[in-house]
Design a protein around this ligand. Structure first.
Ligand code: NAP
Length: 301
């Protein structure tokens, strides 16, 4: 049995691993993809002190640091989790089972879909959820980014350096994204804002060639000719493996106290899966430090 199992290898999970390891705990980090989490797909990080570069580079630094400390990584997908007689029991998709005295949920969030016609059909053929992963396929081509948050604005700026033209389609006339990002938009004249507009359908032949949209003010329907549609309309917390007793908020995010502990003793939640008001690399990392410190205290480490 492990002292602490950390579910998720993003900035929060890896910081928790560093703190738990330094507290002398026997730990494992479970990650079903590559360590780094969503930060891997962030084009540029300029709000993490002491670092300037791509999200991929920062994620690699986190991974190298934890690996050098001898953190045990398990590349398994957790299917279910329950607490029985004070012990946490985890079941993996592979059928493997693990036990721990404490668990830190750092499973993050996945990209929300638009749920419009053509989205599923053209995924991988012009529809993408990751500008840094797929932007290169659309060099000198036209792209649409849908969304009005930090991800959408960052993606539009990133793509404007590759694509001949980028349409940023947002359903309102003001952005949810922070001012520091929206202030950069005028520096990229090939980004055209398409505001008060909702996407209705993605069309094409074998690949995307248009996005059909509707203007919310005029009610008018029109087509944007494009080679790609990048969907950046928010995230959904990854909580499907959690038992129903774990308290979630209205949005499905895990509720915690100021020690990052959930309503179940010994079970902690950190980063984007938690109902934190600010979802950033630095806040996920800070959550990881807090949760690991109190998890170590909980198990008597
Ligand atoms: P977000 O902040 O939730 O924004 C989602 C955007 O998509 C909103 O503008 C929303 O419109 C729009 N939207 C939602 N559903 C839609 C639909 N069905 N059709 C059309 N538009 C839709 O999501 P995010 O940008 O992915 O960011 C997630 C979290 O990560 C946030 O807390 C963000 O601050 C953080 N983040 C931070 C950074 C950074 O600090 N550099 C970078 C990326 C992400 P409304 O505005 O009308 O609701």
């Amino acid at each position: 049995m492990k002292d602490i199992i950390i579910i998720g290898g993003g900035p929060g999970g890896l910081t928790a691993a560093i703190y738990a390891k330094r507290a002398g705990c026997d730990i494992s980090v479970f990650e079903c993809m590559s360590p780094g989490g969503q930060v891997m797909t962030t084009p540029e990080i300029e709000n993490y002190p002491g670092f300037s570069g791509t999200g991929f580079d920062l994620a690699m630094k986190f991974f190298e640091q934890t690996s050098a400390m001898g953190v045990d990584f398990q590349f398994e997908n957790i299917k279910s989790l329950k607490k029985e007689d004070g012990i946490f029991k985890l079941c993996c998709e592979s059928g493997a089972e693990f036990e721990a005295k404490s668990v830190i949920i750092a499973s993050g969030a996945r990209r929300r879909k638009l749920d419009i016609k053509g989205e599923g059909e053209f995924t991988g053929r012009g529809v993408s959820y990751c500008a840094t992963c797929d932007g290169n396929f659309f060099k000198e081509k036209i792209a649409v980014v849908v969304g009005g948050g930090n991800t959408a604005v960052e993606d539009a700026i990133y793509l404007s350096k590759l694509c001949s033209k980028v349409y940023l389609v947002h359903r309102r006339d003001s952005f949810r994204a922070s001012k520091v990002l929206t202030d950069k938009l005028p520096n990229h004249p090939n980004i055209e804002l398409v505001l008060n507009t909702v996407p209705l359908e993605i069309g094409g032949d074998d690949k995307v060639n248009k996005l059909i949209v509707s203007n919310k003010i005029t009610g008018e329907t029109s087509e944007i000719i494009t080679d790609a549609v990048f969907v950046a309309v928010g995230t959904i917390p990854e909580t499907s493996f959690l038992p129903s007793e774990v308290e979630l908020d209205k949005g499905g995010y895990v509720v915690t106290n100021n020690k990052c502990m959930t309503n179940i003793e010994g079970l902690y939640a950190i980063g984007d899966v938690r109902n934190t008001p600010l979802k950033q690399v630095i806040t996920a990392a800070a959550d990881g430090a807090v949760a690991a410190t109190y998890a170590a205290e909980y198990i008597g480490g």
